[in-house]
Each structure stands twice: as C-alpha cells, then as structure tokens.
Design a protein around this ligand. Structure first.
Ligand SMILES: NC(=O)c1ccc[n+]([C@@H]2O[C@H](COP(=O)([O-])OP(=O)(O)OC[C@H]3O[C@@H](n4cnc5c(N)ncnc54)[C@H](O)[C@@H]3O)[C@@H](O)[C@H]2O)c1
Length: 354
C-alpha cells in the first residue's frame, strides 16, 4: 500500500523529515527547499538547525511571494535552479510555504524529468487544511486560476500548526474560507467554531485535523476528480471567477476571501435549485460579515465573471456546472445551472451584503 500523500503532524512530521534528510545525505541524493521571502524569514528558522544537521548540502530556491508569481515564468526559475544543480530524477524538492508554494512546487516537481519526489510543509491555515492535501498542483495562466496543472502526490505532507503564529490576521481569515467550505459540504460541527468570534490557537490542531480527514477521505476515493472530489469545489466556481477578475485588476483579494464570497453566491443558487433554506443563508451572512470584509464588485462585470466560470474545469460542453448544497453536510456535484440563474444570484449577493 502506498503512503504517498500521507499527512503527519508535529513530532511525527519532524521525525519523518529528519529521517528522509538523513537518508538523502547517506545516499548522496540532492535536496532542494523551495520557499518565499516570508517563509524564509518566519518558518525556515524553526527547521534550519535540523536541516543543516541531517542534510548539510541542501539547496535553497527562493521565489517571490504572492499569487501573481504562481505562473509559468516562476516555474521556469525553479526548473532552471534544479537544472543548474544537476538534480536527477532521485532529487527531493521540499515545498515550505502557503498554497502558492505547494501548488507551484508540486507542479514543478511533477514535470521536472517527468517527476521527482516532493514533500509539502504547509505554513498557512489554508494550505494546512486544503492546498497541500490531495495532490492537486497548478499555476495560473492568462489570468485563469490554476489553468495548467497536474495531479501529483507528495511523498508526505508535514504539518506544524506552530507556523501559524507568524501568519497575519488577514491570511488566517482567508484560511477560514476553506474551513467554511468543509463545514457546508460535510462537517456542520465546524460551523460552531466559525460562529465563535475568537480565533483560538489552542483549537487549531483539532480543526486542521478535521479538515485534513475530510479532504483525504474524499480524495482517496476519487484522486483525479471524476466524481465525488468535485464537492471540494463548493464556493470555488464563483470564487475563482472573483479571484481571477481581482488578479487581473490588481485588486487584493485572497483565495479564501474569494471562496467565502463564492460560498454565499452558491448558497443563493442552492436555494433556487436545491431548496436550501434561507435560514442557513442568513446564518452564513452573519458568519461572512463577522469574519470577512465583504467583496464588492461592479454589476457591469457580471458578463466577464460568467465568461470566467465558463472556463471552469468542472464544465462539460456549454453548461455551467456547480456544486450545490440542499442543507449543510449534503453536497451535490455536477448540477447544471442556467446562466440567468447565476446572474440573478450575483445580483442578489450584492443586495444582501450591502
Ligand atoms: N491545490 C489545491 O488543492 C488548492 C486548494 C486550495 C487553494 N489552493 C491554492 O492556494 C493558494 C493560496 O494559498 P495561501 O492562502 O496559503 O496563500 P500564499 O501561499 O500566497 O501565502 C499567503 C502569504 O503568507 C505568507 N506566509 C505563508 N506562511 C507564513 C507564515 N507561517 N508566517 C508568515 N507569513 C507566511 C506568504 O509568503 C504569502 O505572502 C492559491 O493559489 C490557491 O489557488 C490550492
């Protein structure tokens, strides 16, 4: 049985990292660590001593932080560094960072010499609960989110919740966007955490474990998203359209913030198409307005947003396909929705958040 993609926490994670590094050192295998400037400053120091002791010859690849660098040009920089150092097919690429680093690092590793070993060490709430789990890699292309990518599992995902101590508040809130998604597709108990207005560090490990459990159980049943895995995209069809639009306009909208706004709009569609009760929608609006700065857009961009949704990977033919919920915990995928109904929900979203 393969352990690829297995998730380890804290002490177990540390031991696994140490033993993989010692093994690479003994076998003379090259090790690369990909990170960005923030994780270099805040996260690397927590591991550096052990890294230097276990594998003194590792190579650093540092790329600039941010979604606007999750592209082909940055991927080429990673491939150039691997090539310069003559990384072979037995090299190991460690991705230390948020979802941008695990997505681009996973993608670069999956293509370099047709695939080298990789290891994710997520450092944001969003990456610990979602991006680093399940083997989806990707980069943005032509302002379309994750337009190019692969399915490629890392050897392991190593989670150290302590990294979250240095993460700024807005990034933590962005992570909540994905936690809320899990709450609505599968684990309504997580809503209790969301309704509690304090960010409680002591509860994080348990909450991350709940999200990891949902994601790994869904992705192990459907690794390449032919069916069930699609439920993990709740909030994302519209969320990605918001995020892509914001990216093109250089408007700062984080992934989880876009997903949180997407959840509200897709709940409104769920009301019309699946009979989701308005009581859940009003509860969500309370959560959304408590945690997030509501995302506002000009209603004239609705045709562009629809155009972006038409590029969504879940669509087949000309139909817009959505993940909708009939109640929290009951998600339905591949639901075809007429364009007019999507437009109406976008307008209703604007009315409700003002
Ligand atoms: N592959 C998947 O299944 C999947 C799922 C969800 C999201 N994603 C992707 O994840 C990306 C978003 O990831 P993200 O929200 O982690 O953003 P991110 O990777 O951009 O990280 C957010 C910011 O926080 C900084 N940072 C990271 N960890 C830190 C720490 N511990 N202390 C201080 N600063 C730190 C980073 O440098 C960056 O500036 C998007 O590109 C999205 O498409 C992928």
């Amino acid at each position: 049985m393969t352990t690829k993609g297995h998730v380890l926490f804290e002490q177990d994670a540390l031991q696994m990292l140490e033993s993989m590094l010692i093994d690479s050192n003994q076998r003379n295998l090259k090790v690369f660590l990909l990170t960005d400037e923030n994780c270099y400053t805040h996260c690397l120091p927590l591991l550096e001593k052990m890294l230097r002791q276990a594998q003194p010859h590792w190579h650093l690849i540092q790329i600039p932080s941010g979604e606007n660098h999750k592209n082909l040009a940055t991927t080429a920089i990673i491939w150039e560094k691997l090539t310069e150092q003559q990384a072979g097919r037995d090299a190991l690429l460690i991705n230390l960072g948020g979802g941008v680093i695990t997505d681009i690092g996973g993608f670069a590793a999956s293509c370099y010499k047709r695939g080298i070993r990789t290891l994710h060490i997520p450092t944001t709430l969003l990456a610990m609960t979602d991006a680093a789990i399940g083997g989806k890699t990707g980069i943005d292309f032509d302002f379309y989110k994750n337009h190019i990518g692969t399915f490629y599992l890392p050897e392991f995902v190593l989670i150290f919740p302590d990294f979250l101590q240095s993460l700024d508040h807005q990034q933590i809130i962005s992570g909540w966007g994905e936690v809320l998604k899990y709450a609505y597709i599968s684990e309504p108990n997580l809503l209790r955490e969301a309704l509690n207005q304090k960010v409680d560090f002591s509860r994080w490990k348990t909450m991350i474990e709940s999200c990891v459990k949902i994601k790994t159980s869904v992705t192990s049943l459907d690794p390449t998203e032919n069916g069930l895995r699609k439920i993990l995209n709740f909030g994302h069809t519209i969320g990605h359209a918001f995020e892509s639009e914001a990216l093109q306009m250089s408007f700062p909208l984080l992934h989880g913030e876009a997903v949180a706004a997407g959840i509200l709009t897709e709940m409104l569609i769920s009301n019309k198409q699946m009979g989701l009760s308005y009581s859940y929608i009003y509860q969500y609006i309370t959560i959304y307005k408590t945690w997030f700065k509501p995302y506002l857009f000009d209603k004239n961009i609705i045709p562009q947003l629809i155009g972006r949704m038409a590029q969504d990977k879940k669509n087949t033919g000309n139909q817009l396909k959505f993940v909708l919920i009939s109640e929290p915990g009951k998600a339905h995928y591949d639901v075809s929705v007429p364009v007019q109904a999507v437009e109406a929900s976008l307008l209703e979203y604007l009315k409700l958040i003002l």
